[in-house]
Design a protein around this ligand. Structure first.
Ligand SMILES: [Zn+2]
Length: 470
């Protein structure tokens, strides 16, 4: 089955044909580690994790690099605010990012370079750009001369002439407009470090690399001069990815990446909503109440290019829905291997139909939204299947495909101390529903509060009442 992807570079959907056969070189821009990760980060890293998993499951030999930006103005500024060294701050938030990614079952990439490990190579990259007439030194900074790269603007669909005309009023890159630049659209490859600030020795004095240069250099040294897939959030298209293209293609005279894929934002619609989110702004806050599967499914229920409207109600509804999948998966038992499991022709054909529908959705620009709707339909069919062997066989197929989406299928309700404990919670919640129906809110509130005190979180949504252990 041919995979199609929407390429930001061409502005259309294209057949995915890697540069060399089944080998896929893939790079995702990782986090700048200066704060805790939030749901927007979760979305970005979950979707590219699923693309990585799906390509591997489709038989591609994928090498995936996802960097960590551990030197940046944001890190330096935050470190000053909190009064610790920037290296220590970066390390602290690198660890918390790893923790969050592991909690969300985001797979480790094959390479996870930190920008500070590649300073020597970054300096060499800049030296070559200066030699080739694409960059210039000014007052200890080095800038990329945008006018030297005729294709500038091709990814972000920006017209260089227009950019130049309007640029004085408009800050179009992350650097403050500098009097040292030949034109305001030029961007920093290397920035002079102030006295006492984090920096490395270079031919232009002590300084640090620009953010865009970091990615171009790490891609070159880890994956090569041309890669197949370059991915990231849509906020990176311009200027970050545009500038990566300018640097790499000016130097190597070949395309940096064949396909550029970008994911949409997570939107929090209203001010009221962002206030009501309160403590739920970070991944670790969300994980105190919602399971990793709930968060993954919530994110993946929207196609990656579309925006997601985030509300706690929609997350709670996802949580309620996931129980259907968990129930179906439970018929797989502990065996993850379908070998030797016999199933009737009817059960086989339902499973085959699911497999082909799932793959058709995923190969259509990774349409996880449609793939998940097939997963739910298949789960419902399994839950209705009476024959034990058929159910077991189909559940194994379900588990395998759910793992492509990175779902753990761990039923957190089963982590209650005994099956009896789980039934007792259900019993109490039934009593609470009865109390509510009789408008006996004192009793229903008391039951809820008592359960919360025991570490059990009760969630009400349009789809019904669910609970899980905190
Ligand atoms: Zn990048």
């Amino acid at each position: 089955m041919t995979i199609q992807v929407f390429n930001t570079l061409s502005g259309k959907k294209e057949d995915f044909v890697p540069i060399s056969g089944k080998k896929v070189l893939m790079y995702a821009c990782g986090p700048t580690v200066y704060d805790l990760s939030h749901l927007g980060h979760a979305r970005t890293f979950i979707i590219w994790d699923v693309v990585y998993r799906y390509l591997k499951s489709a038989g591609y030999d994928v090498t995936f690099a996802r960097n960590i930006t551990d030197v940046d103005d944001k890190i330096i500024n935050r470190a000053k605010e909190v009064g610790i060294g920037p290296e220590k701050l970066a390390r602290k938030f690198t660890y918390s990012y790893w923790h969050d990614m592991a909690s969300l079952n985001v797979d480790f990439p094959d390479y996870e370079p930190r920008a500070t490990e590649y300073i020597t190579q970054m300096i060499a990259f800049v030296e070559q750009l200066i030699e080739g007439g694409n960059a210039y030194e000014a007052g200890g900074d080095v800038y990329f001369d945008v006018s030297s790269f005729k294709e500038y603007g091709k990814l972000g669909k920006q017209d260089l002439e227009q950019l130049l005309v309007g640029a004085r009023e408009q800050v179009i890159n992350q650097d403050a407009l500098s009097a040292l630049k030949k034109t305001p659209v030029d961007f920093a490859l290397w920035k002079r470090a102030a006295e006492g600030e984090l920096g490395w020795a270079s031919p232009w004095g002590r300084g640090r690399p620009g953010w865009h240069l970091e990615c171009s250099t790490m891609i070159k040294h880890i994956l090569g001069e041309s890669i197949d897939l370059h991915v990231g959030g849509e906020d990176l298209v311009f200027p970050h990815h545009e500038n990566e293209i300018a640097q790499s293609e000016a130097l190597h005279k070949k395309p940096l990446a064949k396909y550029w894929l970008h994911n949409g934002f997570v939107q929090i619609s209203s001010e009221k909503m962002s206030k009501s989110l309160g403590n739920f702004s970070t991944i670790r806050d969300l994980l105190t109440t919602f399971s990793p599967d709930t968060i993954r499914l919530f994110v993946l229920q929207t196609h990656y290019r579309n925006p997601i409207d985030f509300t706690l109600e929609s997350l709670a509804a996802t949580h309620a829905g996931i129980q259907r999948i968990l129930k179906a998966a439970s018929f797989a038992g502990t065996s993850q291997n379908g070998a030797g499991v016999e199933a009737s022709p009817a059960a086989l054909s339902v499973a085959e139909k699911f497999k082909s529908d799932f793959n058709e959705a995923m190969s259509n620009d990774f349409n996880t939204a449609i793939a998940i709707s097939h997963l739910f339909q298949f789960a419902d069919a399994i839950n209705k299947t009476k024959d034990e062997k058929d159910r077991h066989f189909q559940a194994l197929v379900l588990v395998k495909h759910a793992s492509i989406l990175g779902l753990t299928l761990e039923d957190r309700r089963l982590q209650i101390d005994s099956p009896l404990g789980s039934k007792l919670v259900d019993l109490l919640l039934n009593l609470r529903q009865e109390a509510k129906a009789k408008k006996d809110f004192a009793s229903s509130d008391l039951i809820r509060k008592s359960l919360t005190d025991l570490g059990i979180n009760v969630m009400d949504s349009a789809a019904g009442v669910t609970w899980e252990r905190i």
